[in-house]
Design a protein around this ligand. Sequence first.
Ligand code: SF4
Length: 122
Amino acid sequence: MIQYVCIKCPLSCKLKVKKQKDKIVVLGNNCAKGEIFAKQEFLAPKRTVTSLVKIINGDKPVLPVKTSAPIPKEEVDKALKIISRIKIQAPVKIGDIIYKNICEDVDLVATANTKISKIARD
Ligand code: SF4
């Protein structure tokens, strides 16, 4: 039996997952979201990656970014290595694709706006 804490709402239910013959049994969940979360964690855990990329000529030194969808947990380190090498030119708008297909068909997108810095404009 494997235990998880459900992260789908602030109740943080303690979930227990076990395999019984061909079925995956989830205990401790207070709703269906917890069951779906536990089965996903058990079979193929995924995470949304959030980080920062360097920005050139921006009014801020870095830009917050995230993956457009959760990616397999074992791909997170590879995605973070790619992110650490990215330098993007200002301006950037929320939702702009910063890196296409960072993992399978998931993109890396901006989660903030960045203008060109006053110094770079002058
Ligand atoms: S199982 Fe349902 S109620 Fe419990 S933490 Fe997860 S989402 Fe919230």
